[in-house]
Design a protein around this ligand. Structure first.
Ligand SMILES: Nc1nc2c(ncn2[C@@H]2O[C@H](COP(=O)(O)OP(=O)(O)OP(=O)(O)O)[C@@H](O)[C@H]2O)c(=O)[nH]1
Ligand SMILES: [Mg+2]
Length: 437
């Protein structure tokens, strides 16, 4: 279970943004198939920690043997994973990007996907499934041939379906067993405080993640281990305000492609937009509601004292509809964007209340108010959200991840501070050439 540092010290390009020197990776001879970096970006209180703990529960992820700052971060996040009411890790301090290192078993990914998602993942990762498709085509050809020989149409169709089904099923079954038994994936979530990103430090955060991706790629090129990178952007509907443009979310959404494109080696950049508080979105987008209306939303945790609360946020129904409900998956600005819609709480209830209850001091006064009540519980993504999340991560880890082979001869240093090769050619330890098997 040996691990080694990725950077000897903080890279100089990221002017004051820190967090890379604490990063470690599994040693080259560890059975880890791929490393995936996922920066989770969102403004203050938007739900970054809640997203990460839901992801950990959904993935049944666990921590490898860690030490120092990584072990401490791991303990803090696992406390919230296992006890939803435990104190949350402190809000991210400016200039620091903490990370959480986790391992996932391929079987946990496969089991959580629906049949269609599983097939999609297997087709993207296994030549066997491609072969299964060929067998299916062969079955169809057999049916056609039988028809040509005068065999009754029904019998020919049944024969074709049986041949195709048996062949395809067997291939898919083999591919599934192979993937389930393969090495684990190491996922690292980076907790990126968006309110610092869209302020004056955006370039520093970009440089920070750029240094991360470059070094990871360099190491992937030498070790043959696969690597992928894709950001998650949190969308909290209650923070969208009354105008479609200008909210912190809108500002981060505009620069998301810059962050997604950092990993140029892996084909189309990908990103996940995580829309939380979904019950409120549904209520705000009710078909009979006046779309232009500004609504104050009073958020309440059951059992939490109401006194001393901040003014309730006010949002325009149409703005929430556009960003949270109507935004579609697909290529946007060259980025393959997937939307995940969920409620990271239980017993969520929304009801109309008197606007006077809202104690609003919003710039655009609301014309009505909703109360959104929920409970913290140790839940995971469920239903469609579960399938979307696992499908996205699975494609990232297996289909999106690439070892930049062909860069043979690039030795993996024990750790790098500057991008220079510093020491220790690990290939001598493995006794084989880079890119070999
Ligand atoms: N009801 C409900 N509450 C949510 C949801 N997502 C996040 N929250 C709550 O929003 C609050 C802030 O969430 P966090 O995950 O701590 O947000 P954060 O972005 O990590 O916040 P900082 O680290 O302080 O910037 C917590 O009380 C969460 O329980 C959701 O989907 N539904
Ligand atoms: Mg947090």
């Amino acid at each position: 279970m040996a691990r080694r540092a990725v950077f000897l010290s903080e890279p100089t390009g990221a002017a004051g943004v820190r967090g890379l020197s604490a990063l470690t990776e599994p040693d080259v001879d560890e059975p880890v198939a791929a490393v995936v970096d996922v920066p989770v970006i969102g403004a203050r209180g938007d739900g970054k920690t809640q997203f990460i703990v839901h992801a950990i529960r959904t993935l049944r992820a666990y921590g490898p043997a860690l030490a120092g700052a990584e072990a401490q971060h791991h303990r803090e996040i696992m406390r919230v994973v296992l006890d939803a009411r435990a104190p949350r890790p402190d809000a991210t301090t400016p200039g620091v990007v903490p990370h959480y290192v986790l391992r996932i078993r391929p079987a946990a990914l496969l089991d959580g996907l629906g049949a269609a998602g599983r097939l999609r993942l297997l087709a993207a990762t296994s030549p066997l499934v491609g072969a299964g498709a060929a067998v299916a085509a062969g079955g169809a050809a057999l049916g056609a041939a039988m028809l040509g020989l005068g065999v009754a149409a029904e019998a020919a169709a049944v024969s074709a379906a049986v041949a195709a089904g048996a062949g395809g099923g067997a291939m898919t079954g083999r591919a599934r067993r192979r993937l389930a038994a393969s090495d684990e994936v190491e996922v690292v979530f980076w907790d990126v405080a968006g309110e610092h990103v869209y302020s004056s430090s955006a370039a520093d955060y970009h440089a920070f993640l750029d240094a991360l991706v470059r070094e990871r790629r360099r190491r992937a090129a030498a070790s043959g281990r696969r690597y992928a990178f894709a950001p998650v952007l949190l969308c909290n509907p209650l923070a969208l305000g009354a105008h479609r443009e200008g909210s912190p979310y809108h500002r981060l959404r505009q620069i998301l492609p810059m962050f997604a494109a950092l990993d140029g080696a892996a084909g189309a950049p990908r990103a996940l937009v995580a829309v939380n508080r979904w019950r409120v979105v549904e209520a705000l987008c009710a078909p009979d509601a006046e779309r232009d209306e500004v609504v104050a939303v009073i958020e309440r945790r059951r059992g939490e004292a109401a006194a001393g609360r901040d003014p309730a946020p006010a949002v325009r129904r149409d703005v929430v509809r556009a960003w949270c409900r109507d935004a579609e998956d697909g290529r946007d600005d060259d980025v393959d964007v997937t939307h995940l819609r969920y409620d990271a709480a239980t017993r969520c209830e929304v009801r109309a209340v008197g606007e006077a209850e809202a104690s609003v001091e919003a710039t655009t006064p609301p014309t009505s108010a909703l109360e959104y009540r929920s409970d913290d519980a140790p839940g995971a993504f469920t239903g469609e959200a579960r399938r979307v999340f696992l499908g996205w991560l699975g494609r990232l880890a297996y289909a999106g991840a690439r070892a930049a082979r062909g860069a043979a001869g690039v030795p993996v240093a024990a750790a790098s501070a500057t991008g220079e090769v510093t020491a220790e050619d690990v290939w001598s330890r493995r006794g084989r050439a880079p890119g070999g098997t």
